[in-house]
Write a protein that binds this ligand. Structure first.
Ligand code: C2E
Ligand code: MG
Ligand code: MG
Ligand code: MG
Length: 275
């Protein structure tokens, strides 16, 4: 009896951990086939001019249409793709799909808008990146000037010399670069000035409490001053209300993105959104 109870106890405690591990494993297995089964889908969120209120570009945001769980957010599966290296083919698919979509919108007579695509650290480090970008630009015929890559501050600071080399190659193709989630990592100012980067995106952690936090206001002011002196424009992420927008405008921030303007929408909803 004691033995049986012991086993029961063991099961009782081990079950939740096993369930979590099993779910992770199931996710990973499903993710391996998700590209082939065409379960990934791109959403788009407008980047708006703070002064003119117009849409200046769209950020491309990946979603996974899980057959049972529905739409899965990137924070729930991109870390797994990063871990197992699948982010490289999936990330390449994102760039290709986004360029094809941009060309389809142009053929349909929509104004040509820059598309901002997120590059993960592992994708950015991958040797084949430049070649695959070239192939995508050639195959789709997109104007590289309409393409922008967002790379997080942390990813940029990870790899000294190679980072500059890769950024330079992208820049020389005519593709624009921006630093994502700025303020959450540790930037070396010496590096920052050498990056061929046009835009800094202020992480939404600093925008959320902007109205009430004098610290966040000081951080935004400091980022604006830094960007200004380096000749970079600034995009504020996660703008949800008019008060935040007013403060950003007062600080001279050029672009804003957030639920105040629009949530990320699927491709079919973009023409409506631009209307
Ligand atoms: P990110 O690049 O910083 O993208 C901005 C995130 O903020 C998006 O989350 C967007 O939906 C969300 N957001 C926008 N406006 C608001 C707002 O007003 N309030 C709040 N609370 N959130 C807002 P999402 O789509 O869940 O993406 C999360 C992150 O996943 C992205 O952060 C990016 O780092 C990553 N990601 C998304 N798509 C891709 C991709 O294709 N490749 C790679 N490597 N990473 C991606
Ligand atoms: Mg981004
Ligand atoms: Mg960001
Ligand atoms: Mg982010």
């Amino acid at each position: 009896y004691a033995k049986a109870a012991g086993r029961n106890n063991y099961q009782y405690y081990a079950e939740p951990m096993n369930a979590a591990a099993a779910r992770h494993f199931e996710m990973e297995t499903r993710l391996r086939g998700a590209l082939l089964r065409e379960e990934f889908v791109l959403f788009y969120q407008p980047i708006v001019g703070v002064q003119d209120g117009r849409v200046h570009g769209l950020e491309v945001l990946l979603r996974w249409r899980h057959p049972e769980q529905g739409l899965v957010a990137p924070d729930d599966f991109i870390p797994i793709l990063e871990e197992n290296g699948l982010i490289v083919p999936v990330g390449e698919w994102v760039i290709r799909r986004a360029c094809e979509q941009a060309m389809a919108w142009q053929r349909a007579g929509l104004p040509a808008l820059p598309l901002a695509v997120n590059l993960s650290a592992r994708q950015f480090m991958h040797r084949g990146l430049i070649q695959s970008i070239r192939a995508i630009v050639d195959d789709t015929g997109i104007d590289p000037g309409l393409l922008e890559f967002e790379i997080t501050e942390t990813a940029l600071m990870q790899h000294g010399g190679q980072t500059l080399e890769t950024l330079g190659q992208i820049y020389r193709m005519g593709i624009r670069l921006s630093i994502d989630d700025f303020g959450t990592g540790y930037s070396s100012l010496a590096y920052l000035k050498r990056f061929p980067v046009r835009k800094i995106k202020i992480d939404r952690a600093f925008v959320r409490d902007l109205e009430t936090s004098s610290e966040d206001q000081a951080i935004v002011a400091a980022i604006m001053a830094l960007a200004g002196s380096l000749g970079m424009a600034v995009v504020a992420e996660g703008v949800e209300n008019e008060a935040q927008l007013a403060l950003l405008r007062r600080h001279g921030c050029q672009y804003a993105q957030g639920y105040l303007f629009a949530r990320p929408v699927d491709a079919a909803a973009v023409p409506v959104l631009l209307d």
